[in-house]
Design a protein around this ligand. Structure first.
Ligand SMILES: Cc1cc2nc3c(=O)[nH]c(=O)nc-3n(C[C@H](O)[C@H](O)[C@H](O)COP(=O)(O)OP(=O)(O)OC[C@H]3O[C@@H](n4cnc5c(N)ncnc54)[C@H](O)[C@@H]3O)c2cc1C
Length: 404
């Protein structure tokens, strides 16, 4: 295993740090204020995106980026430290067109879209002109098992007719969201449960598609939305099918690999920030005649956080390296390992940092409460921990070939 970053990655990392310091960080307070007022996207976002793109700091997440597509192509391993930098200020990811769920959706379209679909949806997404949503989870069934998905996608002549209800659909409240990738059942009676689902592309604004409400996550409304969305007799032409009929389950699996790893990479950056803040606070405040940093408990929290971050980073880099070597399938075990390990680590590190800050740690005066609550959400986003734990255990327990 070789985790040495290429010269290109080192150059991009340096450029990215400088760009965020010069252009993004000075806008952070204004961004937070506008977003809290419900102004989204903030008016300066397009200007920042244009600046980033002009520097090549664009679409860094897509190893399969083609020479005629905008941005800079990087391997997963080379991208990891860049995503880590973005994780320190999450909204910076969109400035670089590297934000979820558009990244996963672009990957999916890259993989499965036909030439017309690429032109109509992938190209504007790669250009950062539109946003997208991925609609799989349903309120009425346990969606961590994708074979449960019930939304009906029925063929009627030259159209698909879609009926169902989805929720937690990220980006659905963003006025720039122009396309929904919808998963549902096209062949409910088929014997193989994994071949019953397909994905169709539904343009925003299609009759019968209603964004019902934006659900708060950990009591916090995210402006781009994690929304409940209703599909009532929504009709799209048959050529809006993504990939092959019955291929929805396989596409969903393919989409989640890189998406999970990007979340984990950003989490490492968020945790580094939490530790930096924790140390600065521990040095600057005194109780009982000593700086907090002199108290054994606080020193242990700092040390434990360092141990956990380093462990998590190495595992994330291993997963990234394995994907580069043999694709997401080759890294299946490591992707499951980090999906469980990293959000837990994020919650633990942020929790210690909050404690060191006292009551201030619970407020919006620091990013710690957001880091903590997002870490908690990540234990469910893209599939709950237990599903990954189940897969890990199954792999461990499986008898070696020829043993029985
Ligand atoms: C912030 C956020 C954004 C999201 N964005 C999207 C999006 O854009 N598009 C989308 O389609 N979905 C999205 N989701 C939904 C997410 O993918 C689902 O919530 C997740 O897959 C779990 O499905 P569920 O909520 O139906 O939980 P359920 O399937 O009902 O599971 C409930 C619980 O059952 C337990 N469980 C499940 N399986 C096992 C097992 N084998 N062993 C033991 N326990 C088990 C777990 O503890 C799990 O938490 C988002 C969720 C969040 C929180």
């Amino acid at each position: 295993m070789d985790f040495e970053f290429s010269d290109k990655s080192k150059r991009i990392q340096a450029q990215l740090k400088a760009f965020i310091a010069e252009h993004v960080a000075p806008r952070n307070a204004e961004y937070q204020r506008l977003v809290a007022q419900g102004v989204f996207p903030p008016p300066f976002l397009d200007d920042l995106k244009a600046k980033a793109r002009a520097q090549g700091l664009w679409n860094l997440f897509l190893p399969g980026l083609k020479p005629d597509e905008p941005g800079t192509q990087m391997s997963n391993l080379d991208y990891a430290p860049c995503a880590e930098i973005m994780g320190r200020m999450l909204w910076s990811a969109e400035v670089l067109n590297c934000n979820a769920p558009d990244t996963g959706n672009m990957e999916l379209l890259h993989l499965a879209a036909n030439p017309q679909q690429r032109k109509q949806w992938l190209q504007p997404l790669l250009e950062g002109k539109i946003r997208s949503a991925f609609a799989m989870t349903e309120p009425d069934v346990a969606s961590s098992d994708a074979t449960n998905i019930r939304t009906s996608i029925r063929r009627d002549g030259k159209q698909w007719v879609i009926n169902g209800r989805k929720w937690f659909i990220t980006n659905a409240a963003d006025p720039r969201c122009k396309i929904f990738i919808v998963m549902g059942q096209t062949s409910p009676d088929r014997a193989e449960a994994h071949r019953r689902q397909s994905m169709v592309l539904v343009p925003a604004g299609t009759r019968g598609l209603t964004v019902v409400r934006n659900l708060p996550v950990m009591n916090h409304i995210h402006v781009q939305g994690h929304c409940e969305v209703a599909f009532d007799d929504v009709r799209v032409p048959v050529d809006h099918l993504l990939g092959e009929e019955g291929g929805g389950f396989a596409l969903a699996q393919a989409r989640l690999g890189p998406g999970r790893i990007h979340h984990c990479m950003r989490s490492i950056g968020a945790c580094e920030l939490a530790v930096e803040l924790m140390i600065a606070r521990a040095r600057s405040r005194k109780t009982f005649g000593a700086a907090l940093a002199e108290h054994g408990t606080v020193r242990e929290w700092i040390a434990l956080s360092r141990i956990e971050i380093e462990q998590a980073r190495l595992l994330v880099l291993k997963a990234a390296w394995l994907i580069d070597q043999g694709g997401a399938k080759a890294a299946r075990r490591e992707i499951a390992l980090i999906k469980v390990a990293v959000p837990r680590m994020q919650v633990a590190v942020a929790n210690r940092a909050i404690q060191v800050f006292g009551a201030a740690g619970l407020t919006q005066d620091t990013p710690l409460a957001d880091i903590w609550s997002w870490g908690r959400a990540l234990q469910i986003v893209d599939g709950p921990d237990e599903v990954h734990i189940r897969a890990i255990a199954r792999g461990e327990i499986k008898a070696p070939e020829g043993a029985t």
